[in-house]
Design a protein around this ligand. Structure first.
Ligand SMILES: *[C@@H]1O[C@H](CO)[C@@H](O)[C@H](O)[C@H]1NC(C)=O
Ligand SMILES: *[C@@H]1O[C@H](CO)[C@@H](O)[C@H](O)[C@H]1NC(C)=O
Ligand SMILES: *[C@@H]1O[C@H](CO)[C@@H](O)[C@H](O)[C@H]1NC(C)=O
Length: 359
């Protein structure tokens, strides 16, 4: 009986005939409710599917990467030898999906980059993001990036091979030119918006990497943008105008000579600490001393060179306002630093409840 009644009112509702009685309204609500539940279920399943065993939880201060069941899944390298990945990321998922697809554009990367990309670039996912990549090659990485960043992704690709032009699309603009030529970059900067993520995966010789950094580091968004240079192994290869660390001893690692991108990034560590290089650990200088020399991009680094993230062969230089550091203190009760004979007054002091940040 009840089922018939509800089927009847469903038909009536579909036809749009009859006045809206209370019971019809309830039936409508039931259907709507079921529909919403179904949508929520689908949404949840999609999320599960997209993450495929990996969940990244953003938290005010932490990014938790949770590895679920596929933590130990093995992947094979270019020689068919199996390896355990650094850890599973959405990039691995993409790679495995296209692995046996003969007509898919090829992606060729060192495996540790995927964990590094995930850690450094996840905050851009799903947002409107402008990326510029030097080295379009066969159009493989641009597809991977779009799959990672989502449909609001905007891509600007640079390549020396005119064939790369064919990968232009609604979301991808391709420029053909030589990244080692400063004039080329002058022209590019007039044509593209400010960049969120710049990735140098081009010719990899030192002169190309330096010219590109000089020209484009200032064109990366000063608040929150990131400049990435990969395949830094070329800093050690004479074929790429780098210098091998011939015997790999500690002395050699400590050297400062050599105009290679790795040596430049070692210098950046001093730049990050520039307010303290005078030696007084408790008093930051009012301004950075003239340890910044050489590149025009350096004055940009002085203002916006916020943090460096090194991984094997890849560096992420994150931009954010750099301010002269200042002491920041709260609360009044304290021991002197280090060993002290000061006697505590016997009470225990806690922060007040309203100061506890509940997450
Ligand atoms: C946020 O980070 C804290 C500290 O690690 C952790 O205790 C808390 O569970 C995290 N919150 C979520 C939602 O993961
Ligand atoms: C390095 O790059 C520059 C600029 O693209 C190029 O002219 C030069 O031939 C390259 N040198 C080597 C050794 O690859
Ligand atoms: C390695 O290089 C350093 C610095 O040039 C040199 O002092 C050292 O003797 C070398 N070690 C070996 C084992 O060749």
């Amino acid at each position: 009986m009840a089922r018939n009644a509800s089927a009847r009112s469903w038909r009536a509702w579909r036809k749009g005939s009859g006045r809206l009685s209370f019971s019809r309204m309830m039936t409508r609500l039931k259907f709507l409710g079921m529909f919403c539940l179904m949508l929520m279920g689908l949404h949840y399943l999609t999320l599960l599917y997209l993450n495929q065993g990996l969940r990244i939880i953003h938290n005010d201060s932490f990014t938790h990467v949770l590895h679920l069941n596929i933590r130990d899944k093995q992947i094979s390298d270019t020689n068919g030898i199996n390896h355990t990945p650094t850890y599973w990321t959405p990039f691995h998922r993409y790679m495995e999906k296209i692995k046996h697809c003969k007509k898919c554009p090829r992606v060729h990367k060192w495996e540790p980059y995927f964990a590094a990309y995930t850690e450094q670039l996840s905050r851009f996912r799903g947002r409107k993001v402008v990326m510029m990549e030097v080295g379009v090659q066969s159009g493989g990485s641009m597809m991977m990036w779009r799959s990672f960043f989502g449909c609001r992704f905007e891509y600007y690709g640079i390549d020396i091979n005119p064939q790369a032009q064919q990968f232009a699309s609604e979301w991808a603009t391709i420029f053909i030119g030589d990244q080692g030529n400063p004039e080329f970059w002058k022209d590019i900067k007039k044509k593209v918006p400010v960049i969120d993520i710049f990735l140098d995966d081009g010719g990899h010789n030192m002169s190309q990497q330096f010219t590109t950094f000089e020209a484009m580091f200032p064109h990366v968004k000063s608040r929150g943008g990131v400049y990435v240079c990969e395949d830094l192994s070329t800093s050690y290869s004479a074929n790429f105008l780098g210098q091998p660390l011939s015997n790999g001893t500690v002395q050699e690692y400590g050297r400062t000579g050599g105009k290679t991108f790795v040596e430049l990034s070692k210098k950046m560590i001093d730049w990050l600490n520039c307010y303290f290089v005078s030696g007084d650990v408790m008093a930051a200088s009012a301004s950075c001393p003239p340890i910044f020399d050489g590149l025009p991009a350096v004055s940009e680094f002085k203002q916006f060179g916020y943090s460096l993230h090194f991984y094997s062969q890849i560096i992420f230089i994150q931009k954010e306002r750099v301010i002269p550091p200042f002491h920041y203190m709260a609360g009044g009760y304290s021991f002197p630093y280090g060993y002290s004979t000061t006697v505590w007054d016997g009470n225990r002091y806690d922060a007040p409840a309203e100061a506890i940040i509940d997450i």
